[in-house]
Design a protein around this ligand. Structure first.
Ligand SMILES: NC(=O)c1ccc[n+]([C@@H]2O[C@H](COP(=O)([O-])OP(=O)(O)OC[C@H]3O[C@@H](n4cnc5c(N)ncnc54)[C@H](O)[C@@H]3O)[C@@H](O)[C@H]2O)c1
Length: 405
């Protein structure tokens, strides 16, 4: 691998919120010139905003931002900031996303974009009006095994897709003594596991198989109270959890979807005891099936009916035949990691932000996912199927002429 060309253009980066995702976005910007020297850009970490002094200190002293501020508006007004990462808690996404668009700054924003469909639609409208490029933190699109899966589905290797089964099971909120942080408060987070994990799974299904056309769902909360955040005025109190821990969806696809006649079941939990990041998807077709699990991100299991009628799963381990893999590792089977997914995402964002062709996710994809989640909440309340019309501009996998399968 070569380094970025010496004449790579510097591009000024602004960061809003220096939590887990803010730090990860920053590492991705730093990695991009080495992994994608052909991008011709060298991100410069210009300014970071966080209301917490600890976040600002980390941005300045560890990540190397040239300056920091408690007020994100300063980042958006900074003329040296050309692109912005928005990594704030969900309740701030709408106001920050709209402000970024109005400031004319392309933005890479974490999912879910806001607390629900209305927040996401407002950000979408502002981005369209300003004509700024957007990328969403839908990082589970990027593992080379998933990109290979999409290629296999597109080529018809599985035949006609009959059904999809997805489960995104995490245990990060399984401890009932974990504090009631912003994620459990409706005003700050919107939905619970729907926005947190199901939003990723819905986007992954859109990416692999096409737009979901209708949904019915049920949701449940199983840990009803959690202790107040230590050091906050709520320390020592038990407070109500205001959103769901678990959700399951039955889905049908839109007629334009690559898998238009398929059916599916998707479920997500953030209180699963056992699975830690079991973000898994299985796709079945008339000629074969495939399955992937983020806990074994570098593997794809594939079963395709052979000419003699035999069938069985083969475990494909990532190597140079997997899309993007050679960017990261020269040696077959050497595992890639989660950070690498964000480096792939950063490259797609910077391509789009500098007006070049990019297969990045975008704000329309965020709205498509949010719409399904809102429909799921409506369905969980009413018991009815709810339609989810196609969102124009999304990059969901649609049929491109004829009934190819
Ligand atoms: N793509 C993924 O896989 C993934 C994973 C985790 C989180 N996320 C998303 O990323 C977003 C952030 O999550 P996180 O885990 O990094 O959160 P976090 O709690 O680690 O960090 C949030 C940060 O925001 C700061 N903040 C709060 N109010 C602010 C304000 N007014 N201005 C500036 N900063 C402010 C906090 O001080 C904190 O540093 C969420 O939307 C979450 O859903 C995405």
């Amino acid at each position: 691998m070569t380094d970025a060309p010496r004449d790579a253009r510097e591009i000024g980066v602004g960061l809003i919120s220096v939590g887990w995702m803010g730090r990860l976005h920053s590492r991705a910007y730093t990695n991009v010139p080495q992994v994608y020297p052909d991008l011709g850009l060298r991100p410069r970490l210009v300014q970071a905003a966080d209301t917490a002094e600890a976040g600002r200190a980390y941005a300045r002293d560890v990540l190397g931002y040239a300056s920091t501020t408690a007020d994100y508006h300063e980042v958006l007004a900074n003329p040296e900031v050309e692109v912005v990462s928005i990594c704030a808690p969900n309740f701030l996404h709408a106001e920050i996303g709209i402000a970024a668009a109005k400031a004319g700054k392309p933005f890479w924003i974490e999912k879910p974009v806001g607390r629900g469909e209305a927040d996401t639609a407002a950000v979408r409208d502002a981005a369209i009006e300003a004509g700024v490029a957007t990328t969403i933190g839908f990082n589970y699109r990027h593992p080379p095994a998933i990109q290979l899966a999409r290629k296999l589905v597109d080529e018809g290797a599985l035949g006609t897709i009959t059904n999809v089964r997805g489960r995104f099971f995490g245990g990060f909120n399984a401890d009932p003594n974990a504090p009631r942080a912003w994620r459990f408060v409706r005003e700050q987070s919107g939905s619970g596991v729907l926005g947190d994990l199901m939003g990723h799974l819905v986007d992954l299904v859109h990416f692999l198989l096409g737009p979901i056309g209708a949904v019915t769902a049920s949701t449940g909360t199983f840990i009803h109270e959690r202790p107040g955040v230590p050091g906050s005025p709520d320390e020592g109190k038990l407070l109500p959890v205001e959103n769901e821990d678990y959700a399951n969806l039955l889905i049908r696809f839109d007629e334009t979807a690559l898998a238009s006649t398929a059916l599916g079941t998707l479920d997500a939990s953030w209180i699963a005891v056992g699975p830690k990041a079991e973000y898994a998807i299985e796709i079945f077709g008339t000629n074969g099936s495939l399955r992937w699990n983020f806990e074994r991100m570098n593997e794809l299991e594939l079963a395709v009916r052979e000419a003699d009628g035999s069938v069985g799963y083969r475990r494909l381990l990532a190597d140079a035949t997997f899309p993007e893999f050679s960017r990261f590792q020269p040696s077959a089977g050497t595992p890639m990691g989660y950070d690498d997914l964000k480096t792939i995402e950063a490259n797609k964002f910077l391509l789009a932000a500098t007006g070049r062709p990019s297969d990045t996710s975008n704000i329309h994809d965020a709205l498509a996912s949010a719409q399904v989640l809102t429909a799921a909440e409506e369905s969980a309340a009413s018991g009815q199927w709810v339609a989810t019309p196609v969102i124009e501009g999304s990059t969901a996998n649609i049929r491109t002429g004829g009934d190819a399968r």
